[in-house]
Design a protein around this ligand. Structure first.
Ligand code: MF3
Ligand code: CO
Length: 252
């Protein structure tokens, strides 16, 4: 069921989302060679709790940590551990924060020191694919318009789409209807209405299809060919005249 949020709910989601943006900004200076993903996770948890938020991933279906830290060929849901980041890595930090029962969600891929041109290309165009998807958020459009814009952008830049994973609605739950696939047909799917809150999150790589596998820990999703993947996600409110990005980037 797709829910339409009222003003009070939107204010709480807005607050949760602001904590998400502030947490990314807080964490960015620590994303350097030598830091472990577990250290980043501890910093994130400290920041969230200090600001009266709830680290919603921790304990969600048994996920053990505050952040998903997905390095290089990990697409999503990497579990923080004692691995040190190295110059040339890319890492996606994905976080969901709760505030008074409402959730905000955003993922951004960061470069650790300077990275290869290939990784830079992947990051730049995954971010742009997200923005192309967001541009389709307007009343009267459908979910398929978002999906198709992302797919068209990714394909025209020779990037592969991780089709098994998709965006979602958000509210009191981190995952609500509708699903927002990163591929699809214009004019198809549910219609966008003011007061809907959705997470749009392209996950792109250099592969074709059937190109991921699940790690033995049951969480980390990685590319089969070992090539890197990038992932950018914003929580977006559908407004009567377009959209509002509730998780603006404060860090670049
Ligand atoms: N942003 C992620 C998602 O939308 C967060 C889920 S991670 C989990 O899938 F650990 F909480 F499952
Ligand atoms: Co999400």
């Amino acid at each position: 069921m797709i829910t339409i949020k009222d003003e009070r709910e939107i204010e709480l989601i807005r607050h949760a989302c602001m904590l998400v943006s502030l947490m990314h900004k807080y964490l960015k200076p620590f994303i350097k060679p030598g830091v472990t993903t577990k250290e980043l996770d501890k910093l994130a948890e400290y920041f969230i709790v200090k600001n009266n938020g709830v680290p919603s991933c921790k304990g969600y279906e048994g996920f053990p940590c505050t952040l998903c830290t997905s390095v290089n060929d990990t697409v999503v849901h990497g579990i923080p551990d004692n691995t040190k980041l190295k110059k040339g890595d890319i890492i996606t930090i994905d976080v969901v924060i709760g505030y008074k029962g409402y959730q905000g969600d955003a993922a951004w891929t960061y470069a650790v020191g300077s990275v290869s041109d290939e990784k830079r290309y992947l990051m730049e165009h995954t971010k742009k694919a997200l923005l192309e998807g967001i541009k389709q958020v307007k009343v009267g459009n459908r979910v398929g318009d978002i999906s198709s814009a992302i797919e068209t952008y990714a394909r025209s830049h020779n990037l592969g789409i991780v089709k098994e994973l998709c965006g979602h609605g958000i509210g009191t739950e981190m995952h609500e209807d509708p699903e927002i696939p990163n591929y699809g047909t214009p004019g198809s799917g549910p219609r966008l209405k003011p007061g809907m809150v959705i997470c749009i999150e392209p996950m792109l790589n250099f592969g074709g299809k059937d190109d991921i596998y699940l790690e033995d820990n049951g969480w980390g999703v990685r590319t089969l060919d070992g090539n890197p993947a990038a992932h950018y996600e914003h929580t977006v409110l559908v407004t009567k005249d377009g959209y509002e990005i509730l998780t603006p980037r404060l860090d670049d």
